[in-house]
Write a protein that binds this ligand. Structure first.
Ligand code: TXA
Ligand code: MG
Length: 313
């Protein structure tokens, strides 16, 4: 049985699952999350695969102690003030990431920002503490379907794609957390949720801006969700590299290859290496351009192709 009552024994078991790279769905006060070790890029790739997402977007890392965020992100007084006031609770912060930590590249979708939330749910907090890791988790549903607020709804949506579902009953809030971008001097709400604009304005004593929800049509600078792209010219579906191209292969051996996303042709492994490899290729001083081998348009390969298509424009 994949649905397990969220008692001490099963939470301990779930934390072992998280530490060993498996996927665990768990309750939060907003909706159920589909969790994996944020540092395990292959497990994180498994999240995208299980959700059937056609693209990578950054995931929220769930933490149990507000102090934990300063290990990974740049934290100022405003951030800590809001954390003290609203955490644990349905408020998510987008922060600037600390210097290169390639293991976190997939969680952050290659961006220079990282996103955190401390959920107000005892089961979630226990699971994070026992795992001793930030847990990356989007809502625990297949792409384009409703966010689940019960363990049964998670099972209906994801079925056997999730290794364990911790049943902590129905979620209290039922809508996803408020997301606030704190990477600029002005704060922007990227997604509305239980904590309102007025709540944030009253707490901070400053004006908070709100995005219109369309990241492609920003009306203010904070709401543009930028995509990672290398600065060098980037050619995709390349069967043979040119002399001046850093070549990122996939699967079968190529006559010349500088890195291989997955020599065995494992798409999950390829996804876990994607952003770090693009970065290495971009920094390499020997080649002025980048080329990448074709990636099969199946499973998590769909999301890989979406991302490299955007990056190659
Ligand atoms: O209540 C919640 O927030 C739930 C529970 C499980 O914590 N989680 C959740 O995650 O709703 P998800 O992945 O379904 O939605 C997170 C949203 C995505 O639309 C993502 O694009 C956005 O947050 N996001 C995450 N990091 C971001 C970043 N660095 N910049 C802009 N948007 C970001
Ligand atoms: Mg969602």
């Amino acid at each position: 049985m994949r649905i397990l009552e969220a008692n001490d024994v099963n939470i301990a078991k779930a934390s072992e699952f998280i530490k060993s790279g498996k996927l665990v769905a768990f309750p939060t006060e907003t909706v159920y999350g589909l969790g994996a070790n944020a540092f395990d890029a292959k497990a994180v790739a498994g999240i995208f695969e299980a959700k059937g997402r056609p693209s990578f977007n950054p995931l929220i890392s769930h933490i149990a102690e507000p102090e934990m965020i300063s290990e990974y992100a740049l934290v100022d007084e405003r951030v800590m003030f809001l954390a003290k006031k609203f955490w644990p609770g349905p408020l998510t912060f987008v922060l600037n990431r600390k210097d290169d930590n390639p293991a976190l590249d997939l969680v952050c979708a290659g961006l220079k920002t990282m996103t955190f939330r401390c959920p107000n749910h005892l089961v979630a907090l226990e699971l994070i503490k026992k795992s001793g890791l930030p847990i990356a988790a989007p809502s625990a549903n297949r792409s384009q379907t409703l966010s689940p607020t019960t363990a049964e709804a998670v099972y209906e949506s994801l079925g056997d794609r999730v290794d364990m579902i911790l049943d902590g009953g129905a979620c209290q809030v039922g809508v996803e957390s408020t997301i606030v971008d704190l990477t600029h001097p002005q704060a922007y709400i990227l997604r509305a949720g239980g904590i309102t604009k007025a709540d944030l304005e009253n707490a901070l004593g400053e004006q908070i801006y709100v995005s219109d929800g369309n990241p492609d049509k920003p009306t203010s600078p904070g709401q543009l969700l930028k995509h990672y792209a290398p600065s060098k010219s980037f050619r995709i579906n390349a069967v043979m590299p040119e002399d001046d191209e850093f070549f990122i292969a996939f699967g079968q051996p190529y006559s010349r290859c500088d890195l291989n996303l997955s020599p065995t042709g494992d798409l999950r492994e390829a996804a876990s290496n994607l952003f770090s490899f693009m970065r290495i290729a971009d920094k390499n001083t020997k080649f002025s351009k980048i080329a990448m081998a074709p990636i099969p348009e199946e499973g998590v390969g769909v999301a890989i192709n979406d991302r490299i298509r955007r990056a190659s424009r």
